[in-house]
Design a protein around this ligand. Structure first.
Ligand SMILES: C[S@@+](CC[C@H](N)C(=O)[O-])C[C@H]1O[C@@H](n2cnc3c(N)ncnc32)[C@H](O)[C@@H]1O
Length: 445
């Protein structure tokens, strides 16, 4: 089987779907994707991807049966029963105890297919909280990229054989029997927020306490999986849980998740690993429009500008004590030139204010930010007092890269402090004189 990058005809087909059918499958694994496209092509008697692209262009309705074949929607109630039992007995009670009674519990079934997974979640939570409390406290989201599957999920109606996995007392409590089979309790069903969402492309949600994404990631390529895990890390609260499918594993190089139960594929966020800039860039929604400004460029531009235009003077010094970055306010304050970048700070005017090598020695020692207060700086223009905040900049390994120095002009404060001290001593003198005068008057009477 040929792989993605070797088959431009197949890539052209994916590109067409992305631009014209609103379905971006470019992050999906190619071999299984190709097999499923071929299944649909066989049904139509079409032999190659070029002819199939022409067929799609001639008949835009073809998107629907194609996507139904490609996006496998297989699901089931209480699929992998052991894992759901573990969730109900060990995880959900933990989530509930970390919440205040008035706080919402936010749960997301991502890749919910025809709804069996989200209704399983609703039943478990409603059993633990009681239906009334469930309705007051739980916000349930259910999303999928496949419109038809979502419609089925929203209807919540299942044939007799499809509800076989539901314990009988739950079936009678949460479902109504119909001529065709069973339909999920409408009051609880209406409380679920259903929506179309592509995990590889769309902006992630936030503050989720329990994210259930089972048997979805297996369809994605490794890089796409890695970026989805970064999104999941962002999505979850610090004490939130991620519940994956039985055959899924975490492929992140950085341990941003740690297992709570490896057997049941339940994870929580690692306390030691925070998302860095590279990971934050992966959180941005990926645009479909090639002509649009690259959102990553935009994001980096905003980071740079935020530093440059800050009203506080800031510089960055590297580990050898040389000037690395200067913002606009610092250029003005320390009368710096572009060609000062790279020079040792001690050779510049700013070297009269700070000795970066001493600061770096201190940072190397305890790696914590610290401040210097009211540093006096005398120039032709007069005397300035500066508060200096020194913040280490480190690699994720902890090794020191350099330091950021932020300067706050404390001259006005020092002037006012001097004024207050002068007024206080005048007040003390006048009070003393008044006291003396009073005593003299007293002795004359
Ligand atoms: C095998 S079903 C899993 C259903 C359910 N989570 C379960 O485990 O029973 C996979 C689902 O993932 C959805 N899916 C595939 N690619 C997706 C994407 N990029 N974003 C969101 N959902 C996606 C498919 O439409 C399908 O409904």
């Amino acid at each position: 089987m040929t792989t993605s990058d070797e088959n431009p005809d197949f890539e052209a087909l994916l590109h067409y779907l992305k631009q014209n059918c609103g379905c971006d499958l470019t992050g999906n694994k190619r071999d299984s994707l190709m097999r499923r496209f071929q299944r649909r092509m066989q049904q139509l008697g079409i032999e190659n991807y070029i002819s199939y692209l022409q067929y799609l262009k001639a008949d835009p309705q073809e998107c629907t049966p194609l996507l139904n074949t490609v996006l496998i929607n297989f699901s089931g109630f209480f699929r992998d029963r052991d894992a759901w039992d573990y969730l109900a007995n060990q995880i959900i009670p933990q989530i509930i105890t970390t919440k205040q009674p008035q706080e919402r519990i936010r749960v997301w079934s991502a890749g919910c297919a025809s709804g069996e997974e989200v209704y399983t979640l609703v039943m478990l939570l409603a059993e633990i909280l009681g239906i009334e409390q469930y309705l007051q406290r739980v916000q349930m989201f259910a999303t999928d990229v496949d419109k038809d599957a979502l419609k089925q999920a929203w209807q919540g109606s299942y044939k007799n054989n499809e509800v076989a996995g539901i314990p009988s007392q739950l079936l009678s409590k949460y479902f109504e029997q119909t001529e065709q089979g069973y339909v999920f309790c409408s009051q609880l069903r209406r409380s679920i927020i259903f929506g179309r969402h592509n995990l590889a492309v769309d902006a992630p949600m936030s503050k989720i306490d329990l994210l259930v994404c089972r048997n979805v990631l297996i369809y994605f390529q490794r890089e796409t999986q890695a970026s989805i895990f970064v999104r999941f890390h962002f999505v979850l609260t610090d004490k939130g849980f991620l519940f994956l499918g039985n055959s899924e594993s975490l492929t992140n190089q950085k341990q941003i998740f740690i297992p709570v139960s490896l057997k049941h594929r339940i994870f929580t966020k690692s306390k030691d690993q925070k998302l860095g800039l590279n990971e934050h860039l992966l959180l941005l929604p990926q645009t479909c429009d090639k002509k649009a400004v690259n959102p990553l460029d935009n994001y980096i531009h905003i980071w740079q500008k935020t530093f440059e235009i800050s009203p506080l003077a800031q510089i960055v010094v590297d580990r050898s004590g040389s000037l690395l970055l200067v913002n606009e306010r610092a250029f003005d304050l320390f009368r710096l030139q572009n060609n000062d970048i790279g020079a040792p700070v001690r050779d510049l005017e700013i070297g009269q204010v700070v000795n970066p090598l001493t600061l770096l020695r201190q940072l190397n020692h305890d790696r914590r930010p610290f401040s210097l207060k009211n540093i006096k700086w005398v120039t032709d223009n007069g005397t300035t007092y500066l508060d200096i905040h020194i913040t280490p900049i480190s690699y994720s390994s902890g090794k020191l890269l350099g330091t950021n120095l932020t300067f706050i002009d404390a001259t006005q404060y020092m002037y006012l402090k001097g004024e207050v001290e002068r007024l206080n001593s005048t007040l003390a003198r006048v009070t003393q004189e008044l006291q003396l005068t009073r005593e003299m008057l007293h002795s004359k009477l």
